[in-house]
Design a binder for this molecule. Structure first.
Ligand code: SF4
Length: 444
């Protein structure tokens, strides 16, 4: 096994409970196999979570598993296995790490590969996916996986939402997209009913969707507490505290987690306890999945007095009232409205700033609300969907803010081979100097 990185310390007690969540999610897939429950290989932010929870289908999160392998610096053997069957290193390493793991398990006749991180993940009985409009691996990963798991049925939707076009008012189109997404979700239910042999309990689904909405609201209210100076929690912790809302939405455990986090952040604010002491610079993490094997880089920023009170990554939720969702008795239509209205939430703001995009409009909103002095992006080379457009976003921000310091870090989510800690810290040092000069200029 590769050398395991010492776990990064977290600023909040609540975030320290996250490994239990992640382990619990992996263990649930193994327990499901013993109990005869169905396991679905699932993808985050696909709109299918509540359907799985209502039908007692246990999600096996490939991205999470690959992230754990990366954090333990133990992904290389799986990446190499996938590479041995011609999966290029430049493909999504969440996908190739997980595919490599499943390849090894199939070669072992279904036996868990020795040393699989945290006990490994249960073999799926189905693969559920959603292309999310923009991600090729979300279509090809299920297909590639089925090449090795021949008996496992695949169902991939797309859950379209109106694509960004500054000249088109998406409000005129959204009803059509909601109808399409609703039908895709109904088709997902029919697929799950066929595989599980069980009927959907619609009342149970409605209750789960209601709990999800409550969790969305609590999550946003809790993260808004980070506007406080000094901020009581930064992105280093948020890369952990995203777990319940990302992987456990629709469960009481996820809701209760944010009740605890909310309480702890309020206590810290009352005591004036911040992440950095003193807090000198506030930075937005404007885009990019993190390098899971190098989360301690956040602490390096903190050691320089720099904090990230806000990030775009994994903050894929808004206050439900701000989305102004039309009333419906169909919980799947509600999910579809929430989906379409969330992904188009910054379209109106972007239209008011010629040359902008919704992603930039969102960053601008956060820079103002969280009083940020600088911007950091992370460009993960193996994810070309979520990381596309970073340079353009930086250019638009420069037009809006002039000389605001912007750092674009380059790396990967899982593949450690191109990472060099000393070089990364040198780049951070140079960025902090620029931030310092920028702040002094603004004061003067
Ligand atoms: S969005 Fe990026 S990281 Fe996620 S599955 Fe697609 S390519 Fe991989």
């Amino acid at each position: 096994m590769a050398e395991e990185k010492k776990r990064r310390a977290v600023a909040t007690q609540t975030a320290a409970g996250i490994p239990k969540f992640v382990r619990g999610n992996l263990a649930a897939t193994l327990k499901a196999k013993e109990e005869g429950k169905k396991v679905a290989k699932a993808f985050i932010h696909d709109g299918q979570d509540e359907i799985m929870r209502a039908m007692d289908i246990v999600p096996a999160w490939g991205e999470s598993f690959s992230g754990v392998c990366a954090a333990k610096r133990d992904a290389e053997k799986y990446l190499q296995k996938a590479e041995s069957d011609n999966f290029s290193r430049s493909l999504c390493t969440y996908a190739t790490c997980h595919i490599g793991f499943e390849m090894i398990r199939e070669e072992l006749g279904g036996v868990m590969p020795e040393g699989a991180p945290w006990g490994g993940m249960g073999r799926p009985d189905m693969i559920l996916g959603n292309g999310q409009l923009l991600c090729d691996p979300r279509f090809k990963w299920p297909q590639a996986l089925q090449h090795y798991l021949r008996d496992v049925p695949v169902f991939v939707t797309n859950m379209y939402y109106p694509p960004w076009d500054p000249n088109i008012d998406h409000h005129e189109q959204e009803g059509f997209y909601v109808k399409y997404c609703t039908e895709e979700l109904h088709e997902t239910v029919r697929f799950c009913e066929r595989v599980t042999g069980k009927k959907m309990d619609w009342d149970r689904l409605a209750a789960i969707v209601e709990l999800s909405d409550k969790t969305w609201d609590l999550f946003v209210d809790t993260y808004d507490l980070r506007k406080t100076i000094p901020t009581p929690m930064d992105t280093g912790d948020a890369m952990n505290t995203m777990v319940p809302i990302t992987f456990n939405i629709g469960t009481q455990e996820a809701y209760d987690f944010y009740v605890e986090l909310n309480k702890e952040l309020k206590q810290k604010i009352a005591q004036g306890t911040g992440v950095a002491n003193p807090e000198k610079y506030r930075i937005i993490w404007a885009a990019g999945l993190p390098s899971w094997f190098a989360l301690s880089d956040f602490q390096y920023f903190n050691s320089k007095g720099a904090v990230f009170p806000v990030e775009v990554t994994y903050r894929d939720h808004e206050k439900i009232e701000r989305l102004d969702l039309p009333k419906t008795d169909d919980p799947l239509e509600h999910i579809a409205w929430r989906w379409v209205r969330y992904w188009t939430h910054w379209y109106d703001a972007a239209r008011k700033l010629p040359g902008s995009t919704p992603k930039v409009a969102r960053i601008i909103e956060y820079i103002g609300d969280y009083k940020c002095d600088g911007v950091v992006f992370h460009s993960a080379f193996s994810c070309r969907s979520w990381h596309a457009g970073i340079i353009h976003q930086a250019e638009v921000l420069r037009k809006v803010y002039g000389d605001i310091p912007i750092l674009i870090m380059e790396g990967d989510i899982v593949d450690i081979s191109s990472y060099n800690e000393a070089d990364t810290h040198n780049r951070i040092d140079a960025f902090i100097e620029t931030l310092d000069a920028y702040k002094n200029r603004r004061k003067g």
